[in-house]
Design a protein around this ligand. Sequence first.
Ligand code: 2IT
Length: 457
Amino acid sequence: MYKTALYSEAKSSSYVQEISHMIKDKYPWEREFIQAVDELLSSLSLLFDQEPLYKYERILERIVEPERIVIFRVPWRDDTGTIQVNTGYRIGFNSALGPYKGGLRFHASVTLSILKFLGFEQIFKNALTGLPLGGGKGGSDFNPRGKSNVEIENFCQSFMVGLYNHIGPNTDVPAGDIGVGAREIGYLFGHYKRLKNVFEGVLTGKGVDWGGSAVRPEATGYGAVYFAEEMLKTRGEHIDGKIVAVSGFGNVAWGVVKKITEMGAKVITLSGPDGFIYDEDGVQGEKIDYMLTMRSSGRDQVQDYSDKFKVDFYPGKRPWGVKCDIAFPCACENEMDVEDAKSLVRNGCMCVTECANMPLTPDSIEFLLENNILYSPGKASNAGGVACSGFEMAQNSTKIKWSKEEVDQRLRQVMTDIHQNCLQAAERYGKPGNYFSGANIAGFIKVANAMLDQGNT
Ligand code: 2IT
């Protein structure tokens, strides 16, 4: 467990502390979920002091408990003819604001704790977008690395057999996450359609020619860059000319690199489970397209980039030791610890924009805030992905397709609004300029008020 001063604030409110203890007693093994709950709670003390109705109506007791969890067996046959068995999950965490909405993660590390943390984050992220989206998450411990196309298709079909009865355009609308991209969404959608005999917007991230939205593949990365630009502006700075460290090389990293390069910055790192690459000339042009090739190869290693473009590769290392102005963690939870945060600050980094979900450990967040670094939590800065999924749902239900320009403009507006709402909430509750507190408070208030309105649900 990461124990830090970040949580000391929580002690000022006994209600917040009580709920934190309750979760730890009830689910002591759910490390990531406890971390996500504690991060949210640490921002809410002042709010509960000022708004006693939340406590009276037991909003916290309710909000930390998923409305429902479906767990199912996913048997599938591999290329040798052998049956493999994985576990499938879908969590409907909160539907106060709309149908459950959130991605599916296919990765060997998936557990219920991981999915509960992701689903919990998703509630408040989706609330921040201002769109009618509840929070959910799902996935499987299936490991896509090295799997053939046929194996992926078999797995997706079997996964959908376990899931189709529990989802629908007005009930629960899954999308992609780590290990689930356009290809997987296609297989999942095709099988849903056969099982249900209906063509409807049950998944987002679909192919643009059959119901997908323009800009959805880029949206998480683009949104994070728009958010970073807004943060920089508050200090009279801009993206243009900045040196940028990025981790990961998948969908989110790709969107960041594409947009930030277009805006005049230079990306010097990418990373994978095997280490990181340092590209002095910047990841640009065909190198950006090569990120897609690496993703679709299923090899899951960034060393391929250094082999192809003859740049330095640092095996087993994370990129946070390099000199940069802005850092974009785009890989996975807890990928930046306090030592990483310290070396970034020592090297002059002024802004850390979370693009993955919960990529920073609590003590690294604490350190950045103490040092007055521009820091944004994922639930604010990576909300562009799910916002664009919300746009996809709107297009599907009206059967109208929006242009690329229209989607991009709406995306930009959502990110600017989130930025503004975070700043306003932070200011109002005594944490001016603190996006961590602002995002938690603004997201929470929106969901909690909807729950109050809807009574004993
Ligand atoms: O973490 C996320 O916000 C996502 N994986 C996207 C969710 C979505 O429904 O588009």
